[in-house]
Design a binder for this molecule. Structure first.
Ligand SMILES: *Cc1c(COP(=O)(O)O)cnc(C)c1O
Length: 422
């Protein structure tokens, strides 16, 4: 990240336009480590990475090389994953319960058979366009303990499950299991227990109707901070409700967990509005006690860009000072004051941080950084007001074993692709 800032100031000194542009740093070794953490905590649950969370080409490549599956929600995502090469369509689940007919047809053509449904219309569409599909019924579970509730839009309530499965039987469709999503940004791991209990109930209903389910899909909602605790609770629930599971494949659709930490953002201060005490003695200069901001900073990323996560993903972001007065050294004597941070567009909704403490000497040309910017950020950024999306710079982390293993995984995957295409 510091190298990026140094390069930006070199380009600025050469007069290159847009040299102060914001940029992401993606540490691919972080994705690698999260995968190791996943396999350690969930040795029996195969992750299908939720592509929508961050469809970065290098992230997808690395995960393909590590052998994960992929949760795709559209034709575009399916094609993107298949274009990587070396990913068999059986490693893709089309986990959108409401799909366009043409998308179902394309999935059938591409050999993507696993797909979710939660309503009868979807069954009719699929029976017409992909009768050999392996279907998974997405059920409604308690999503009240999450930042992004998905149950408002998706999930079959338990009292509709028997009817839906009976309809599937009439249409001679193959339903192979159950999926759910506890909600994205889930902050109470115990909701997984309830979801597994409901899944068990659906397995029993299905058996009565003559289906023999073989798949349990525990969805997404895994959080970095609470991951080990979630694993303990979820594994416990699976042991309790599915004690006899020789015939059972268990998969999940983690998104945020894999990428949130891996991406950081560097943005530069492009403008500043500070009170001018000498000329405006009567204007109050912000009430420090009440925490109202004294200075407004404008940076070159905002809620129409990467910080759309503030609007769509209900995130609260915290800037860190990356450089101050063209130095990476932040003196310990620096005085901090209440400040607000704004995006670059002309819309007043474009506020990144309504109140935070920043050094009093922070000025135009200094840089701020933001951690944990990998999930639901870049992928939903717009170019409103003519501000281009920020570029991504890739690293494999600090030199060492993990960095080497990450590079090796990517290199051997690339080599395999080259060999198989000869
Ligand atoms: C968004 C989504 C995910 C990923 O959720 P995370 O909270 O990022 O883990 C998984 N499955 C489905 C169906 C989704 O819509």
């Amino acid at each position: 990240m510091r190298a990026g800032v140094i390069e930006a100031s070199r380009l600025a000194s050469l007069g290159k336009p847009d040299s102060e542009r914001a940029f992401f740093v993606a540490d691919l070794s972080s994705v690698y480590l999260q995968h190791q953490r996943w396999t350690r905590c969930f040795p029996d649950i195969k992750p299908y990475y939720a592509v929508k969370c961050n469809p970065d080409p290098y992230v997808l490549r690395l995960l393909a090389s590590l052998g994960t599956g992929f949760d795709c929600a559209s034709n575009g995502e399916i094609n993107q994953v298949l274009r990587i090469g070396g990913v068999d369509p059986s490693r893709i689940i089309f986990a959108n319960p409401c799909k366009a007919v043409s998308f179902v047809r394309s999935a059938a053509k591409s050999g993507v058979d696993m797909m979710t449904f939660d309503n009868a219309d979807e069954l009719h569409k699929i029976s017409r366009t992909h009768p050999r599909a392996k279907l998974i019924i997405r059920i409604l579970t308690d999503d009240s303990k999450s930042l992004c509730r998905l149950g408002i839009k998706f999930g079959a309530p338990l009292n509709t499950v028997a009817g839906l499965l009976a309809r599937a039987k009439e249409l001679k469709l193959d339903v192979i299991g159950v999926s759910f999503h506890v909600g994205s940004g889930c902050y109470d791991s115990t909701v997984f227990t309830d979801a597994i209990m409901r899944s068990r109930h659906v397995f029993d209903i299905a058996q009565d109707l003559g289906f023999s389910f073989t798949l349990l899909d525990v969805g997404g909602g895994f959080e970095d901070a609470t991951f080990e605790n979630t694993a303990r609770i979820l594994n416990g629930a699976i042991d309790h409700y599915f004690p006899d599971r020789q015939q059972l494949n268990i998969i999940a659709e983690p998104g945020r967990f894999y990428v949130s930490r891996a991406f950081s953002l560097a943005a530069s201060v492009i403008a500043r509005r500070a009170p001018m005490p000498s000329t405006e003695p009567d204007v109050p200069t912000g009430d420090q006690e009440a925490g109202s901001p004294n200075v407004m900073y404008y940076i070159n990323e905002g809620v129409y860009g990467a910080f759309n996560c503030i609007m769509f993903d209900h995130q609260v972001v915290h800037p860190q000072v990356l450089s101050l007065n063209e130095s990476f050294h932040i003196p310990s004597t620096e005085v901090y004051q209440g400040s607000s941070v704004w995006g670059p567009t002309c819309d007043s909704i474009d506020c990144v941080c309504p109140i935070t403490k920043l050094p009093a000497s922070l000025q135009v040309g200094d840089w701020l950084s933001f951690q944990n910017m990998g999930a639901y950020t870049i992928c939903a950024a717009s170019q409103f007001n003519g501000f281009e999306s920020s570029n991504v710079v890739y690293t494999s982390g600090e030199a060492g074993q993990v960095s080497n293993e990450t590079r090796c995984a990517l290199a051997s995957f690339a080599a395999k692709l080259t060999n198989s295409s000869v």
